[in-house]
Ligand binder design. Structure first.
Ligand code: ZN
Length: 510
């Protein structure tokens, strides 16, 4: 008998502190496929998310189906993926959900459903938990018995309404993430084994009132390296089907935000409980490991000035920690620009700022024209006040990923104005605009880690500079509304009381 597995995706990491809501356009711009086009993208010869990754989770599922040793029919529904940004508008969610459900209904009876979620998708106030809503809607269509397998980013936020409907739940095991395909294949393989009656997944999970992020969560380095190694070791036990640790996206603004541990065993609830407790304890044990310190613009500039050898032999990457576009911020940090304009006149600097209106106004001008205008402050002028700049228009570009771009020569600062959020992860972000990173004393990057891989050739030093913005790590601790005391905002000594309430084992307030 052929197994019928329907599959789809709704994926975005939400920064609830961003003033820019996510719309259907954001998915259309990056990745929105359905039906046969989706199947073709996930086939061995296809590109699942062109421009981003060839083989991701759904290609992993298809690979698992191919290797199943029995006939498996995979049924493509809808796959939607947007870059990190602000909360998802309810209308966009409803549209995507309805398209996915229509295809699921049209597919007729299925044996299993496979969904790629992020885990940290947050909606606007109207519909704050789209992932819970999607899982409930899918469950309603397929009925209570059909297993649902879900993959998530390890920055996901677990809640009972996300965990309970799933038979299989697997998160990435790398940060920065480089195992999307493997995660999809693993979850697909488990789903198929469960359907074949070869395994009987039993899940236990824990939710910790713990909010840590940034440099100390890289899986390759201490303190997380030892924990990820232990997880691998746990999975070598044939009774253990899957072990995931969620180091939640801190800007998701869920009242139950925090790290979680999730363990699935083959029918052994006691073992799953024991390992989930062990993993939660391990995560809790690193709570006082401090992330690398962030510098003020003045201290950062002084540090770069001193790093003359780094500047001479390559460049310094300034991590714009308050405006990490990869964590969903708008990309319009003007504070860093203002500091570099005023205080770093001896340093050649490449600085991107998102300002669609300025790009539009400058587009009619010719290269070499003099310019004098205010830039930035379009979304959140209180945080990013507009900055007056004067110089000449250096070049204009139509780009694939961040709309039109205009480069302004302001003397020591080369300012890149973009229509959409600029994400300078690779040196080609600059070199495609005619700016060689080799000629800069410093280039601004807007992500925490990935740039190190791509900039490796020219990168000599990283200087994280903190100004003010939607990726400030203390923002969730000062602005977030939590159901429980949460570490490190509050002096929590034991994760267990919050865990029990979050998993619904005790009533709120007890
Ligand atoms: Zn992530």
């Amino acid at each position: 008998m052929t197994l019928r597995i329907a599959y789809g995706r709704l994926c975005q990491e939400t920064n609830a502190f961003s003033p820019v809501p996510s719309t259907l356009d954001d998915f259309q711009r990056l990745h929105l496929l359905e039906g046969e086009a989706l199947a073709a993208a996930c086939a061995r010869s296809g590109h699942e998310v062109p421009g981003l990754i060839k083989d991701a989770e759904l290609s992993g599922l298809i690979a698992a189906a191919r290797a199943a040793g029995r006939p498996v029919e995979t049924i493509p529904l809808v796959s939607a993926w947007a870059m990190p940004s602000g909360p998802l508008e309810a209308a966009a969610f409803v549209e995507l959900r309805d398209r996915l459900l229509a295809r699921l209904r049209a597919a007729g009876p299925v044996d299993g459903v496979f969904l790629v979620l992020h885990g940290a998708l947050r909606g606007t106030a109207e519909l704050p938990e789209p992932e819970e809503a999607l899982l409930e809607a899918v469950r309603e269509v397929v009925g209570p018995e059909v297993p649902i397998a879900v993959t998530m980013d390890l920055h996901g936020v677990l809640t009972p309404r996300k965990v309970d409907p799933t038979t299989v739940l697997c998160a990435y095991r790398t940060n920065p993430h480089r195992d999307l395909f493997q995660t999809g294949r693993k979850a697909g393989h488990l789903l198929l084994r469960a359907l074949a009656g070869e395994v009987r997944p039993v899940t236990r999970w824990r939710s910790l009132p713990l909010l840590l992020a940034g440099g100390m969560t890289i899986d390759l380095f201490a303190p997380m390296r030892a924990i990820f190694r232990r997880m691998k070791q746990m999975e070598r036990d044939p009774r253990v089907l899957s072990v995931s640790l969620f180091m939640c996206h801190p800007f998701n603004d869920s009242p139950d935000l925090g790290w979680s541990a999730h363990v699935t065993t083959d029918g052994d609830a006691a073992l799953a409980d024991r390992l989930a407790d062990e993993l939660a304890d391990l995560a809790w044990s690193v709570r006082d490991v401090k992330p690398p310190p962030f510098l003020s613009p003045q201290d950062g500039i002084a540090t770069i000035r001193r790093a003359w050898l780094a500047r001479k032999t390559g460049t310094v990457c300034v991590v714009d920690v308050s405006d990490v576009v990869g964590a969903g911020t708008p990309g319009e940090n003007t504070n860093l620009l203002a500091a570099l304009l005023a205080d770093a006149k001896d340093l050649v600097s490449y600085v991107p700022v998102r300002d669609a209106l300025a790009v539009d106004a400058l587009w009619a001008k010719a290269e070499g024209d003099a310019v004098d205008l205010e830039v930035g402050g379009r979304f959140d002028p209180a945080t990013n006040p507009p900055v007056r700049v004067a110089g000449r228009l250096r070049s204009k570009h139509a780009t694939a990923h961040f709309g039109r771009a205009v480069v302004l020569d302001l003397g020591h600062v080369q300012l890149i104005l973009t229509e959409l959020p600029p994400l300078p992860i690779k040196p080609s972000f600059y070199s495609n605009l005619g700016l060689s990173p080799w000629r800069a004393d410093l280039v601004v990057v807007k992500n925490f880690f990935h740039y190190r891989v791509y900039f490796a050739l020219v990168h000599r030093k990283s200087v994280p500079i903190r100004t003010k913005g939607a990726s400030d790590l203390d923002l969730p601790l000062t602005k977030g509304v939590f159901n429980d005391p949460v570490y490190p905002r509050d002096p929590v000594t034991d994760w267990r009381p919050a865990d029990r309430r979050r998993r619904g084992l005790v009533a709120a307030g007890t």
